[in-house]
Design a binder for this molecule. Structure first.
Ligand SMILES: *Cc1c(COP(=O)(O)O)cnc(C)c1O
Length: 394
């Protein structure tokens, strides 16, 4: 089963096409967080670290996220935010190739990933270079000077999807380490980190995994490597024996060393409850449902709304789980849609983004969304001063 609207607490009448940015609230999260507060924090206080299993959450939940990306048990751990997990992965990758100095990425990457690498390079101050090429040029830019290739599989603006298998093989053939950011992949498309043999994968859980705003990120490290990594962020909870309070750092075995500090226990509880929905979901069924929704959307929009230009790849095999259309007044048009309960978002300079999440979006929603898009565009309802001023978050 894929469609499971009853699992979510969606506002009546809203067509939510922004689960690629922030997933909706699962009902199970409400109940779980309420009981976490009352029965765990409230009743058990400090004992909860043991009695309620708080200290084990990052790896217990890591295994659940791991199942969605093809990672075996004991290879994924939760914590921090995705920006931090990117930093950890790249720092570890550079240590694995001490004779190389270039990190390769592409201009479709989410800016924070690039910023984190810039910051790491400044800190290391050892002649590293971040090389950013166009997404289509990545394969051709991989050579034996590259220490690490760091890519986000699905482009946050256009939905363009990289071929994980082919690019990982190209990176490995050149002797480079491969880091995948799965922010727009986990819970959206089938992923097989073991099959592609990438060294690292990272991602967040507030998008397609519905963990809530600020939900913890994840990091995967290939099993044969995790014991060899010397973490750049050597926090006490990644120590071999945190409660020995040794004066110097000794990494924990395996993936646990990628933990840093105290886990956000309330957010972890929320995420764990949100992940229940995946227990019966087959990722290839989910993918088929997502593609069907996207194809209907593209076909209907192109037939009825000539003002919008498809900004995503037309071939569904090269697209993640979102569809973007370009329109000069995209920001105002999206505000007009949001005012009419069709929720997507806008990315500069002119991209209107619509995410397709088959857990809670069906074909009827798609048709109703296109009806409203058609009205907004045909009647120029976006041409309204109220819709032209940009909010802090777009
Ligand atoms: C959403 C997203 C992020 C966000 O990073 P945070 O540290 O969680 O704010 C980072 N990278 C990519 C590719 C994303 O899509």
């Amino acid at each position: 089963m894929v469609l499971n609207k009853a699992f979510f607490d969606l506002p009546e009448g809203m067509i939510y096409l922004d689960g690629n940015s922030l997933g909706p609230l699962p009902k199970s999260v409400k109940a779980r967080v309420a009981s976490m507060l009352a029965d765990e924090w409230g009743a058990q206080l400090i004992k909860g670290w043991n009695s309620a299993g708080w200290m084990a959450q990052p790896s217990v939940i890591g295994d659940k996220v791991g199942r969605l990306i093809g990672a075996p048990e004991g290879t994924v751990v939760m914590g921090d935010t995705l920006s931090v997990k990117v930093y950890q992965a790249v720092a570890a990758a550079l240590k694995m190739r001490p004779d190389r100095r270039i990190i390769l990425s592409d201009s479709g990457n989410f800016p924070t990933d690039l910023y984190m690498v810039e910051g790491l390079i400044r800190t290391l101050d050892a002649g590293y270079e971040l090389r950013v090429v166009d997404p289509e040029d990545v394969a051709g830019a991989i050579d034996d000077t590259i220490a690490a290739v760091m890519l986000t599989q699905v482009d946050y603006r256009t939905g363009r999807m990289h071929d994980m298998m082919a690019l990982t093989q190209a990176a490995h053939a050149a002797g480079a380490v491969m880091i995948w950011d799965l922010a727009h992949s986990a819970g959206a498309v089938p992923v097989d980190v073991v099959g592609c043999a990438c060294e690292f994968a990272v991602g967040c859980t507030y998008k397609y995994l519905n963990g809530g705003p600020g939900a913890p990120a994840f990091i995967y490290v290939r099993k044969d490597l995790s014991d060899t990594i010397n973490p750049a962020l050597a926090g006490w909870l990644g120590h071999d024996a945190p409660f020995a309070f040794d004066i110097s750092y000794r990494p924990a075995p395996g993936i646990e060393r990628m933990r840093v500090g105290t886990p956000p226990v309330i957010q972890m509880a929320a995420l764990e409850a949100a992940l229940e929905v995946w227990e019966d979901v087959d990722m290839s069924d989910l993918r088929a449902a997502s593609v069907a929704l996207q194809e209907t959307f593209i076909k209907e929009v192109e037939a009825r709304v000539p003002e919008l230009t498809l900004a995503s790849p037309r071939d569904s095999a090269r697209r993640g789980s979102q569809v973007s259309f370009a329109f000069e007044q995209g920001y105002a048009a999206m505000q007009a849609l949001i005012a009419r309960d069709v929720i997507g978002d806008f990315r500069a300079p002119n991209i209107m983004r619509f995410g397709f999440t088959p857990l809670y979006v069906d074909h009827d929603d798609v048709r109703r969304a296109v009806d409203r898009i058609e009205t907004v565009m045909r009647d120029r309802l976006w041409d309204n001063p109220d819709y032209l001023t940009r909010s802090r978050v777009t």
